[in-house]
Ligand binder design. Structure first.
Ligand code: M6R
Length: 365
């Protein structure tokens, strides 16, 4: 059942080249340079008239919604709001009648997400589930939806479901982009990028040995910062959540520039900062943030693009991942962060697959 892996979490991390492929299987349409879905149950006219998305979820699924916000607003230019399901349920935000709700959930049973979906349905908004478990409550109650096809996720820490959720977000951004202003050529380029993604995820997994080594160096630390910008701000949040939930180490994720507004006070020689710094529009700015941490004596672990010599000199440890389009970086960058959290938790003797106080799906409010 574990296929030779010591834990489900590690097995599921290593399944990601395949699960990422499964999330897009049959959904890329080269003829129309778009993504297509079988189960949205809305006409192209209805879909085109959507003028706002609300993405709602909890925990890791909420992080994928943040990635989705960046992707959809950039590629489709439709405003997106991301709401914790527990807040959306009671907050009663003002919404246009043509607001579409996406509830994102691995299990399809999270009570807060279900309640938010029911509330949005009650108000007459069309609702969609992005879900892994087929036939789950949220999948059944939504008006339409998209399955992740990631297979059962047993480890309490979500890994493969997260990257599949991000892939589905990219497909939605492409789909809605092509309904609006995105050109045929731009659509094809996105399809090319998506088709290359599984092999890049495979390559990112080769950081495993290096992640184990770095974990050995820092496993005794009690505080970590995770910092990234733009598409990798949610990656930082997700990296921090993975570490805290399975290793019980305090970790905080921030947009890298925000650290100057408070968290930098935490930096000392025992507080490593994990930076996610691919070559992107804000690369130089993130490098400046790395320098600020180094100047205060904080150790820096940098997730960089292969061959990035500048950061190799600046950071204490580097994890190299393959380059990809900006909007797909969070999917590739998640891999070493999952592995780092995994190895730190193992070294600290934690029960990786069943961390204390946590359940795989949270069915109480
Ligand atoms: O099944 P869901 O995606 O609705 O679960 C939401 C969260 O409970 C879940 O992502 C939780 O944060 C994970 N343990 C994170 O690894």
């Amino acid at each position: 059942e574990l296929g030779g892996f010591p834990h489900f979490m590690l097995k599921e991390i290593f399944e990601q080249p395949e699960t990422v492929r499964n999330a897009m299987r049959g959904r890329l349409d080269r003829d129309a340079a778009t993504a297509k879905f079988g189960g949205l149950n809305l006409t192209p006219q209805q879909l085109r008239s959507i003028d706002r998305f609300v993405l709602t979820a909890c925990g890791t699924s909420w992080h994928s919604a943040l990635v989705g916000e960046y992707m959809i607003e950039t590629l489709a230019r439709v405003p997106v709001e991301v709401e914790y399901a527990s807040e959306l349920r009671y907050r009663n935000p003002p919404l246009t009648p043509t607001t579409l709700l996406f509830a994102i959930t691995q299990s399809g049973e999270t009570i807060d997400t279900l309640a938010a979906l029911r509330e949005m349905k009650r108000k007459g908004h069309p609702t969609m589930a992005i879900c892994n478990v087929v036939g789950s409550t949220i999948a059944r109650e939504a008006d339409g939806g998209i399955y992740l096809h990631a297979g059962p996720e047993i480890g309490v820490a979500s890994t493969k479901a997260y990257t599949s959720q991000c892939v589905v977000m990219a497909l939605l951004a492409l789909h809605f982009g092509r309904l609006h202003h995105l050109s045929y050529e731009a659509g094809l380029r996105i399809i090319d990028d998506l088709e290359r993604l599984p092999s890049l995820v495979e390559r990112a997994l080769t950081t495993n040995a290096e992640c184990r080594r770095i974990a050995g160096k820092y496993a005794g630390c009690e505080n970590f910062l995770y910092l990234g910008r733009m598409y990798n701000f949610p990656t930082a949040l997700e990296g921090a959540l993975k570490l805290k939930e399975i290793s019980y180490v305090h970790a905080e994720g921030y947009p890298a520039a925000e650290m100057k507004h408070g968290p930098i006070a935490l930096v000392d020689e025992n507080t490593p900062s994990v930076f996610i710094v691919p070559r992107c529009g804000v690369y130089d700015k993130v490098v400046a943030n790395v320098e600020e941490i180094k100047a205060r004596g904080g150790p820096v672990i940098a997730v960089v693009e292969e061959g990035d010599r500048d950061l190799a000199e600046l950071a204490d440890d580097v994890l190299e991942i393959p380059a990809t389009a900006d909007f797909l970086q969070p999917i590739v960058a998640a891999i070493p962060l999952q592995l780092l959290a995994y190895h730190i938790a193992v070294l600290r003797g934690c029960d990786v697959d069943k961390p204390r106080n946590l359940a795989k799906s949270v069915t109480v409010e």
